[in-house]
Design a protein around this ligand. Structure first.
Ligand code: ADE
Ligand code: ZN
Length: 338
């Protein structure tokens, strides 16, 4: 029996490399946590929340995303949030996930850094037991806040360095170039952390160059606008730089006008190590398999397999683990020809 395209997408072993755990807060859980913690929400019901999720740019989304995160108070909340994501990801064929979290969104509301870490680490341990899924944590600095606040956050992370895979940079891109965080990223590199940054989602190709040259990133989040600069594309291909691309996010935030015009196929054909990810699945209408489904009409089966291979090649797993996962992808593809 040959597999349907959908079975093939779900069955492919995959890593997810671009998921903000706060962006996996589904409206149902938002209401449940608001009730558990005695917090008022501005919405009448779940339908009203979903109806509000119409965005014409990144900032429209960020305003609701930070507001939604205000229901997260206890370690149990962060554990439940993470485990709900891991359950969804496992059902989509994700075997390894590197998740972003935004500690400043929580510490600024009086939630201790330790509470966030305790909860997320408990969720990660439960995902390993329940699904055999491995995971890593990437601490993101909010780029609309100051360099000093980012340095303070890195200080708070010191007791947890062995539990962090790396640091990232997210939030409002335009007006907050990577250069603003060059010293923070240098300090993180000295502490042995991997470095990633959102760049070229709304910001220009120059921001992508700054992420490479000033932040020394190991991976680039989004990177769509790099395609405007052919010299930059050639460099990213030559350096085998992984791009964590998020198709449904791109559509919802108007980074692309139409999924048929999504650049994922062009990226792969330009030799870029592109991957497909969900970004903020509760806000953008789908988890990782939905993102593969959305771009599948633009790609060959071989290219879908390349996306899954790239997800492991671009991960921060030890080399022998990523090689083992790539071999599993190849074995799955060989066993299931189109
Ligand atoms: N925070 C959560 N999702 C984000 C995105 N796509 N871009 C920038 N910051 C974010
Ligand atoms: Zn993102």
């Amino acid at each position: 029996m040959t597999m349907t395209l959908d079975e093939f997408i779900v069955g492919l072993p995959k890593a997810e490399l671009h998921i903000h755990i706060e962006g996996s807060l589904e409206p149902e859980m938002m209401f449940a946590l608001a009730k558990r913690n005695g917090i008022a929400t501005p919405y009448a019901d779940v339908e009203a929340v979903r109806a509000a999720y119409s965005f014409s740019r990144l900032q429209d989304f960020l305003d609701l995303y930070y507001q939604g995160a205000a229901v997260l108070m206890t370690a149990e909340d962060f554990r439940d949030l993470a485990l709900a994501y891991f359950d969804r990801a496992a059902a989509d064929g994700v075997v390894h996930a590197e998740i972003f979290f935004d500690p400043q969104t929580h510490t600024s509301r009086g939630v201790p850094f330790q509470t966030v870490m305790d909860g997320l680490l408990a969720g990660m341990a439960a995902a390993k037991t329940r699904h055999g899924m491995t995971s890593g944590l990437i601490l993101c600095f909010l780029r609309h806040l100051s360099e000093a606040e980012a340095l303070e956050t890195l200080e708070q992370a010191r007791p947890w360095l062995d539990r962090l895979a790396g640091v990232g940079l997210d939030s409002s891109e335009v007006g907050h170039p990577p250069e603003k965080f060059a010293r923070v990223f240098a300090a993180a590199g000295e502490l042995g952390l991997k470095r990633v940054a959102h760049a070229g989602e709304e910001g220009p190709p120059a921001y992508v160059r700054e992420a490479l040259d000033l932040l020394h990133v190991d991976r680039l989040d989004h990177g769509n606008r790099a395609l405007e600069d052919q010299t930059l594309v050639a460099r990213l291909a030559a350096e085998a730089m992984t791009l964590t691309v998020c198709p449904l996010s791109n559509l919802k935030l108007c980074v692309v006008d139409d999924m048929a015009a999504h650049p994922i196929g062009r990226m792969l054909r330009a030799g870029l190590r592109a991957t497909v990810n969900s970004d903020d699945p509760a806000y953008f209408g789908g988890y990782v398999a939905d993102n593969y489904r959305a771009v599948a009409p633009l790609l060959s089966r071989t290219e879908l397999v390349d996306l899954a291979r790239n997800s492991f090649l671009g991960s921060f797993l030890p080399l022998e683990d990523s090689a083992r996962h790539v071999a599993a992808v190849d074995a799955f593809a060989a066993a299931n020809p189109a």
